[in-house]
Design a protein around this ligand. Structure first.
Ligand code: PLP
Length: 404
């Protein structure tokens, strides 16, 4: 008997555990310190009322024999799938069939589990910096190779972002079967334009590669950017898209998301839609009725209005953070189509040194860019998911600390 020893390769000091440990240690020696956390990407606004009302009513359905529901359909109730299709795709000119939409409990699970339907021999390409789940799940399944001294995995193809490219990845110079793209991006907050994304779609079709497109933050787009990769010509033959209600509608604790796999997407004649349907039917038993009613309510007139107000609230925080940082002399990215603001730390410090400096001097907690990959060294991420007063206060502290 052997365990899956690939798991042993994962670095034990996961980024957010390390941040938590440092904050706890600081608190233990400075119990009076008023710490403001702009680090982890969890939401703080309560669920919109239209959504909680729908949940209450769904709970009532479950308490009566005539409306009780048992196991949900593996791919989502029709009432939710139809709304997703109508409001998130048809309304943007994207035609999908309902059975190309798979409702799930999270984009994290889906971006991780998608590896089940692709060969372990595929070459995987990742952006750097990156949302760590894409790499760690490939390490677990044996696609990443071994960790090298430079912080990179031997079998992964890295697409390093930099100030010069505004952290947009350039097309891979070597062959990659799979590429993970995430726009608007976590951690850099940067969006991608249609012409820029079209280059990726064309490249993927020419090279018979597949794009795993994470659009978990599409609801934060304020500029003229694609919300879905399927707005691009040719994307249905080369892309899988992941969406989530987490950041859009405050579902981080409720859990609902969905993945799109077009039927035109085939690999050597095999339909990935069919494989995913098989995978989900075997390993996943569906999202609860109450949760799916909650997700459905996000698309009602009231639900759409209330969700928009929540997004505006976070985008306003993002503006405050970005403007404040710029006033304090920092170079920033993101924060316009995203709740994330990426900043360049002073030349004399590493990302972790900057983390320690902010915690020690002004009790503001952010996320060191190096935790998102080697190309994140020298950068730092702040998030707009906090409370408005605390966000303002954190920005004032940063401005005072760095005032020239
Ligand atoms: N994708 C990205 C890029 C994220 O930043 C996150 C959460 O932080 C997720 C997916 C996870 O989404 P979910 O809550 O639906 O699992």
């Amino acid at each position: 008997m052997r365990s899956n020893e690939n798991f042993l390769k994962i670095q034990s000091s996961y980024l957010f555990s390390m941040i938590g440990k440092k904050v706890r240690e600081y608190k233990a020696t400075n119990p009076q310190g008023d710490i403001i956390r702009l680090g982890i990407g969890d939401v703080t606004r309560p669920l919109p009322e239209a959504i909680t009302q729908a949940m209450h009513s769904a709970v009532d359905d479950m308490s009566s024999e005539s409306s009780f529901r048992g196991y949900p359909p593996e791919y989502g109730y029709d009432f939710l799938v139809e709304k997703i299709n109508r409001y998130d795709f048809a309304a943007r000119g994207v035609k999908l069939e309902n059975d190309e939409i798979f409702v799930s409990d999270g984009a994290k699970s889906d971006t991780g589990n998608i590896g089940d339907i692709i060969s372990v021999d595929n070459t995987v390409s990742v952006c750097d910096p990156i949302f760590p789940v894409y790499i760690d799940t490939n390490v677990m399944s044996g696609r990443a190779g071994v960790l090298l001294g430079n912080g990179k995995w031997s079998k992964l193809v890295y697409l390093a972002g930099s100030e010069k490219t505004d952290f947009l990845p350039e097309l891979p110079k070597e062959h990659a079967d799979i590429v993970y793209l995430c726009f608007p991006n976590n951690p850099t907050g940067m969006g991608i334009t249609k012409p820029q994304l079209q280059k990726w779609v064309d490249w993927a079709n020419e090279n018979k590669s597949i794009i795993l497109y994470d659009a978990a933050y599409e609801a934060f787009i304020t500029e003229d950017l694609p919300h879905s990769i399927y707005e691009l010509e040719g994307a249905k033959t080369c892309a899988i898209e992941f969406r989530s209600f987490s950041k859009t509608a405050g579902f981080t604790g409720v859990r609902c998301a969905y993945t799109i796999i077009p039927k035109q997407l085939t690999v050597n004649g095999v339909s990935l839609n069919k494989l995913w349907a098989r995978r989900q039917a075997t390993k996943f038993n569906g999202v609860s009725y109450v949760t799916q009613r909650a997700a459905e309510a996000r698309y009602s007139d009231e639900g759409r209005k209330q969700v928009e107000q929540t997004i505006d609230f976070y985008l306003n925080n993002a503006r405050i953070i970005k403007n404040g940082l710029n006033e304090a002399g920092f170079k920033t990215w993101g924060g316009v189509n995203s709740p994330y603001i990426w900043l360049k730390v002073p030349e004399t410090m590493t990302s972790w040194e900057f983390f320690d400096y902010l915690l020690e001097k002004i009790q503001v907690v952010g996320t060191p860019g190096s935790g998102f990959g080697p190309a994140g060294e020298g950068f730092f991420r702040l998030t707009a998911f906090g409370n408005a007063d605390k966000t303002l206060e954190a920005v004032e502290r940063i401005k005072n600390l760095f005032a020239k």
